[in-house]
Write a new protein. Structure first.
Length: 97
């Protein structure tokens, strides 16, 4: 697997491009990058990369409160662990509106 350096074009993708990609693949109602704070789309992305490792039936897609966001991020962290992805998720930063 090839590594992606810091100067790769992927690091220079604009917000509008990211939102358009997510709208097309996962959540058509997404309006801005900040709407990802629920964690639901992150769960969908990981499940599309590693099929079946995220329990999508447990993801709260209509999350409105912080405890629901945290629930989604716990599901995401479990999927990371299941796939041996050693990454720390800064839930506090990602779950704030």
């Amino acid at each position: 697997m090839a590594t992606v350096g810091m100067m790769n074009e992927a690091y220079f993708t604009g917000r509008k491009e990211i939102v358009a990609w997510i709208q097309g693949k996962y959540q058509p109602s997404l309006q801005k990058v900040e709407d990802l704070h629920t964690g639901a789309v992150y769960c969908q992305i990981i499940d599309s990369i590693y099929p079946g490792t995220v329990q999508l039936s447990k993801v709260k897609f209509n999350a409105k409160q912080e405890h629901e966001f945290l629930h989604n991020f716990k599901i995401l962290q479990a999927a990371f662990a299941k796939n041996k992805l050693d990454r720390h998720i800064e839930v506090e930063k990602l779950s704030k509106k």
